[in-house]
Each structure stands twice: as structure tokens, then as C-alpha cells.
Design a protein around this ligand. Structure first.
Ligand SMILES: Cc1cc2nc3c(=O)[nH]c(=O)nc-3n(C[C@H](O)[C@H](O)[C@H](O)COP(=O)(O)OP(=O)(O)OC[C@H]3O[C@@H](n4cnc5c(N)ncnc54)[C@H](O)[C@@H]3O)c2cc1C
Length: 393
């Protein structure tokens, strides 16, 4: 059987690529080794009936704000996509029974910061004001292929609008560690720890260069837009993507593991599945799998490009994460404050040093002395994920 494009993997990125091409009239086939589509976006009743847990990803904010959503959002909504908005986004409690948190309400955030340090309250106000001006340039930068001509044009526009010193400050932010950025801007260790916890979500512990942007962006974007969870579970996004893809004529093969990408000379020409079936692709084979899988197992003998093969040799995956799913009668009684029950995420990560130590121990192959815990409280935002009055963590 022949397709215009074959997509390996039905994670949301593979499905988004498939939808995009099918919308342009391409005949698309998606091949997924699992029995369910969605990759790391799955929702299941893994504890008790009626308790719907996101097995991995829960926060759909990046998808909700994506250019893909701007292009295809209406059709996806027709196929059931719906979000539950969180206005109390993330918080950290501390051993002295205090807490700091980021909500959509700017006045509240400034008051919380000011109660810890007058100067931090002022910094928060300043950052919030400049975020509206900075965000369009930063998001354009993050959404561009690198390196590319688009980058030059974004740099040129930013220089015209914001000036050279803004460009230098932004470049510094892009290469800084979370600790360098937080130390430069805030006094309170509690504010620093609360923000740095977002770096950990993206595998940037406080001392990893290049991680400063994420605590900054998550805090300011959550304050500006709130956080988006999938209504009823993150899989609402996958159901909408697969439904829309099928409407467009795309085909999804489940339980269909790709053994290798077949080549015609130096060109990807199709795939052979583990069960021996062969499919050809006239225009593209797009692999949504991990780079080690694509350039290791799926392309035996290497990619044919010496530079890529050399880079893949030094590819190192980040440390692992373990998720525990709990069905419960109520949300935790947070001793630091009843308000913590309203937040989508509560991080048990009270200092930069603790996060750094935990991360380094994990990288060294040790069981960390203390875990960095991300407590997701989705039913605080979307009660439909559990029977009435009950909760999941
Ligand atoms: C525990 C956890 C929590 C997370 N939380 C969040 C969050 O809250 N918000 C957020 O934005 N991000 C979160 N992430 C990250 C996010 O889930 C991933 O970045 C995203 O889901 C990756 O999507 P993808 O489509 O690129 O790949 P994946 O979802 O990994 O999909 C790849 C697919 O390819 C398939 N595949 C691989 N090899 C083959 C083969 N040979 N043949 C056929 N199929 C194959 C796999 O089975 C899989 O279905 C989290 C990740 C984890 C692990």
C-alpha cells in the first residue's frame, strides 16, 4: 500500500503533522506500535472506575497556545476538543507553613511577592508589564526553525521594536541557568524556588545553562492566560486529532510497530513493519519517535549524513520521572494553607539547592535522598475527572 506521507508514531506531534498534511490533500498513514494512539498523552482509569488519570502529560497550555491550534482549532473543537482553564496555576509550600503561588490575578501575585520582599513585589510588577511587549518576540523565536532566515527577520523586528539592549538581555536570558536569572531578579528564596520548579518540568534543574527562560515564561504566561487542562482528561486532545484526521481521510494503524525506514538511495521511500508488511511513501517519511530510535534502530547503518550521525553519538537522554496515580476522597490538607487546594500544581521543592542536588543525584545514577515532587490536582480545576466530591492526584 502506498501513501504520500508515512508518519511513525501517533504522539500528538505525529498526529499534528498528519492533520496538517491531510488538510493539504496528502494521503497520510500513521503507524503506532501501541494499541492506543497518543504517545505520552493518555488518560485512563488506572485506580478505580470513574477516576480518570492523565498517565503522563496534564498541562495542555503549549498546545492551546500553538499556531497549530490557531490553524485547526475550530475543526478540533468540532471533534470534541475542550479545555478546563486553571486560574490558580502553581504553588510551593515551605516548612515554616508559608507558601508562594502564581495565579492569573496579577494583583494577588504582586501582593504575595511583596509580602516576602518589597523589592520582589516591584520586580514582579515590572516583569508583568514588560511581558506584554516581550512575549510576541520570544514566542516567535521559540516557534521558528533554527537556524533559519525566519530567525533573522524576527531578530530584525525585535531590534526595531525593542532596541539592542533588549536583544542582548534576551540572549543572556536564553543562555542563563534558572539560578542565575532568579538570583539576578529576586531576593526571596521562596519566590526563586517556586519559579525554578518549572525548570524541572523541562529537565532544567537550577544550575543547567539554558533553563532560565522556562520559569520566566511559565510564570508570566500563566499569569497572562491561566493554564489549560484537557476537559475530562488530556486525551480529549488525542481524540480530537484522530477524529479530525480520519475525517480528512488519514489512516491510523495501531499495534503496528515500524521495524525500519526503507530507502531508495539516500531517500526515505517507505517503512517495513515488525510483522513484515511493507508500505511505501511517495513524498515523505516523518518519524515522531525518539531520536535514538530513529537514527539508531530505524535507520540501520546511520542516516547517511555524517554530521547527524556524529551528533547522535553524543545524544544523552534526561533523567527518568516516576508517576504515582492516587484516587482520593479529598485533596490533601495542605498545612501551609487551605488555598493550596485550588492550585493545578503544588510543587514539593522548597529550595534551589535541594532541586539541584536531587537532579544531580539522578543523573549520577543514584536514588536521590529527597524527591522533587510535582503534585497535580486536576480535579481542583476539572471535577468531571472523578465521581462527585472525589479527587485524583
Ligand atoms: C511524565 C510526563 C509528564 C509530562 N507532562 C507534560 C505536561 O504536563 N505538559 C506538556 O506540555 N508536556 C508534558 N510532558 C512532555 C510531553 O508529554 C511530550 O513532550 C509529548 O507528549 C511528546 O509528544 P510526541 O508526539 O513528540 O512524542 P510521543 O508522545 O513520545 O509519541 C511518540 C510515539 O511514537 C511511537 N513509536 C515509537 N517508536 C515507534 C515505532 N518504531 N513504530 C511505531 N510507533 C513508534 C510511540 O509508541 C509513541 O506513541 C510530559 C512528559 C512526561 C513523560
Amino acid at each position: 500500500m502506498s501513501y504520500d506521507a508515512i508518519i511513525i508514531g501517533s504522539g500528538h506531534n505525529g498526529l499534528a503533522a498528519a492533520v496538517h498534511l491531510a488538510r493539504h490533500g496528502w494521503k497520510v498513514g500513521v503507524f503506532e506500535r501501541n494499541k492506543m494512539p497518543g504517545g505520552a498523552v493518555q488518560t485512563r482509569e488506572v485506580t478505580l472506575p470513574g477516576f480518570r488519570h492523565d498517565l503522563f502529560a496534564m498541562n495542555l497550555g503549549l498546545f492551546a497556545g500553538s499556531s497549530f491550534m490557531r490553524l485547526h482549532g475550530e475543526a478540533l473543537m468540532r471533534h470534541g476538543l475542550a479545555f478546563a482553564g486553571a486560574s490558580d496555576c502553581f504553588a510551593t509550600p515551605f516548612a515554616d507553613r508559608s507558601w508562594f503561588g502564581v495565579s492569573q490575578d496579577r494583583t494577588k501575585n504582586i501582593a504575595r511577592a511583596t509580602s516576602l520582599s518589597a523589592s520582589d513585589g516591584e520586580t514582579w510588577r515590572r516583569m508583568s508589564e514588560s511581558f506584554g511587549r516581550d512575549a510576541p518576540h520570544i514566542f516567535s523565536l521559540l516557534g521558528s526553525p533554527m537556524p533559519s532566515r525566519d530567525l533573522l527577520s524576527i531578530g530584525w523586528k525585535a531590534w526595531r521594536a525593542q532596541g539592542l539592549s533588549w536583544i542582548i538581555d534576551t540572549l543572556r536570558l536564553l543562555v542563563s541557568s534558572p539560578r542565575a536569572f532568579l538570583d539576578q531578579n529576586f531576593e526571596s528564596g521562596k519566590i526563586k524556588a517556586t519559579l525554578a520548579a518549572w525548570g524541572m518540568h523541562l529537565d532544567f534543574s537550577p544550575d543547567i545553562a539554558g533553563g532560565a527562560l522556562f520559569p520566566y515564561l511559565e510564570a508570566m504566561a500563566d499569569q497572562a492566560f491561566g493554564m489549560a487542562l484537557g476537559k475530562g482528561g488530556a486525551d480529549v486532545m488525542i481524540k480530537a486529532l484522530t477524529g479530525y484526521l480520519q475525517e480528512l481521510g488519514g489512516e491510523i494503524h495501531l499495534d503496528a510497530e515500524v521495524l525500519r525506514i526503507d530507502r531508495n538511495g539516500n531517500r526515505a521511500a517507505g517503512v517495513t513493519l515488525v510483522d513484515g508488511r511493507i508500505f511505501t511513501a511517495k513524498r515523505a517519511v516523518i518519524a515522531n519517535a525518539l531520536p535514538q530510535t530513529v537514527f539508531g534502530r530505524l535507520l540501520p547503518g546511520g542516516s547517511g549524513n555524517a554530521e547527524i550521525d556524529q551528533r547522535m553519538k553524543s545524544f544523552r537522554p534526561g533523567p527518568g520521572t516516576m508517576m504515582i496515580h492516587i484516587a482520593c476522597g479529598d485533596l490533601p490538607d495542605w498545612t501551609a494553607g487551605e488555598e493550596l487546594k485550588r492550585f493545578a500544581y503544588v510543587h514539593l521543592a522548597p529550595s534551589l539547592d535541594m532541586m539541584s542536588r536531587t537532579y544531580n543525584e539522578a543523573l549520577a545514577g543514584l536514588l536521590p535522598g529527597e524527591p522533587v515532587v510535582v503534585v497535580g490536582q486536576p480535579t481542583a480545576i476539572d471535577p468531571s475527572r472523578a465521581p462527585e466530591g472525589k479527587h485524583i492526584l
